[in-house]
Design a protein around this ligand. Structure first.
Ligand code: TYM
Length: 333
């Protein structure tokens, strides 16, 4: 007997190098979920163009993200991986959802407020960003959405859009649940204060070499109260210690915790251990990414096959949505 696997959808913007926030908050969980769910993962290029960007750099950024995702374990036999703009139904469904989304809800989105402060002129695309996100998810009738904590509010709006649409046009779209899993749900940046994010310039890149890791991590802020090497540190307020949580063994962490509290080790030692452990943990991903980068054809094939599989799911859903809204296509009556 075959049991139908529940469907998972998630997305990542091609807005620069994939970093440890993306990896721990999302991508690592995406890979784990492929064992038990039907997983659809999307590089959301249409979201990335809602803030100013370099046109000539975008194709390369999409390619780089695809390399990082496949290298992390999102092989095409485990999931569907594709680029958002290759499946035009995302935009079509977004338009339908625009008609049931309250304007006030969009203006209240924290990410909209943050981003609109950083751009000179705020576009309607930036405001409507979460409607496209709702369309991404609901186009596949997905039930689970693995994301970091920062996406919780967008997921709540997705549920609200599904509810409103269903209320008006009949029960059809599921109300998807955010899967916000594990200690990586909100990874802080090198400053130890803000969320790790490319736009904050505080990232540890997923594909950094061991030397790059050591030099980037050397600049990270630790326990701010520990001014000198001899001061005892407090690991529980230190972002470097929390990153050890994802990359070091329990025994190592216990030792670091004890020896930091007694000032037996300094922050430099603790950072070096972290850099080494990250380098070692992520070496297989780095190696695989090096191989994949030399095979742009393979990456293109994976994405194009992924778009085909995604579209096969999206089309009938779109047809149903049009039909229920009274937008019947000629010949389909
Ligand atoms: P994006 O591209 O900013 O991030 C991709 C994923 O990484 C997670 N993430 C983090 N998790 C923990 N700590 C951090 N510092 C950190 N930084 C990023 C994000 O939560 C996300 O899961 N709007 C989305 C993209 C999107 C999407 C979707 C997601 C578009 N459509 C549909 C899910 C479903 C975004 O900007 O993610």
């Amino acid at each position: 007997m075959t049991t139908e696997r529940k469907r998972v959808f998630s997305g990542i913007q091609p807005s620069g190098e994939v970093h440890l926030g993306n990896y721990l908050g999302a991508v690592k969980n995406w890979v784990d979920l492929t064992d038990d769910y039907e997983c659809i993962y999307c590089i959301v290029d249409l979201h990335a163009i809602t803030i100013p960007y370099q046109v000539d750099e975008l194709p390369e950024r999409v390619f780089d993200v695809a390399v990082s995702l496949v290298a992390s374990g999102l092989e095409p036999d485990r999931c569907i991986l594709f680029v958002q703009s290759h499946v035009p139904e995302h935009v079509e469904l977004q338009w339908l959802f625009n008609t049931v989304t309250p304007l006030g809800d969009l203006g209240r989105m924290t990410q909209f407020k943050d981003k609109s402060e950083r751009v000179e002129s705020v576009s309607a695309g930036l405001l409507n960003y979460p409607v496209l996100q709702a369309a991404d998810i609901l186009l596949y009738l997905a039930e689970y959405v693995p994301v970091g904590e920062d996406q919780r509010q967008h997921l709540e709006l997705t549920r609200e859009i599904a509810r409103r649409w269903n209320g008006r046009f009949g029960e059809y779209f599921p109300e998807p649940d955010a899967l916000i899993i594990g200690p990586g749900r909100r990874v802080l940046g090198l400053d130890g204060v803000a969320k790790m994010s490319k736009s904050q310039d505080n990232i540890i890149p997923l594909l950094a070499t061991p030397d790059e890791l050591a030099s980037v991590i050397r600049t990270a802020v630790t326990d701010p109260a520990r001014k000198r090497r001899d001061d005892p540190g407090n690991p529980h307020v230190c972002n470097i210690f929390s990153l050890h949580g994802a990359f070091s063994t329990t025994a190592e962490r216990e030792e670091i915790e004890a020896r930091c509290q007694t000032a037996e080790i300094g922050c430099v030692d603790c950072k070096l251990t972290l850099a080494n452990n990250i380098a070692e943990n992520l070496a297989p991903i780095r190696d695989r990414a090096d191989e994949l980068r030399a095979k742009p054809r393979l990456i293109r094939e994976i994405l194009s096959e992924g778009a085909g599989r995604a579209r096969a799911i999206a089309r009938p859903v779109m047809a149903e949505a049009y039909d229920r809204m009274g937008l019947r296509r000629v010949g389909s009556e």
